[in-house]
Design a protein. Sequence first.
Length: 125
Amino acid sequence: MSENTDRHETAVARYLEAWNADGPDALAKAVAAAWSADGGYTDPLADVRGHESIAAVIAAAQEQFPGFSFRLAGTVDGHHDIARFGWELVDEADGSAPVAGFDVITLDEDGRIRGVHGFLDRVPA
C-alpha cells in the first residue's frame, strides 16, 4: 500500500468520524480534524464553507436520521490530492441502508479535506 493510499484512507476515516460524531463538542473536534480551516462541503442539498457550517450540515443530517450511522461502502480510490468512495447511511436497529452516495474529496498538503463533492445515489421516497 502506498503512502498516498494511506493518506486517502485516513482522510476518509476522519470524514466518516465527523459524520458519526456524538454530540456538538465531538462533532466540532471531528470536523476540525477532518477539514482544512477553509474547507467546503457540497452535495445536492448543501453548499457550505468553514467548520461551523459543515458541522451544522452534519448535525441536521443526524437529526433527520437518529439511530443511523455512516459507513464506507467498498474501498477508497485515490490519486494525487483526490479520492473517491461510496458510503451508506445504516439504520443501527435493522441494518438497512435507505440512503447511499458517492463522494469525491480533495485534500490539502496536510491531508485534510479541502473540498467534498457529494452525490446521492439512493434516498428514501
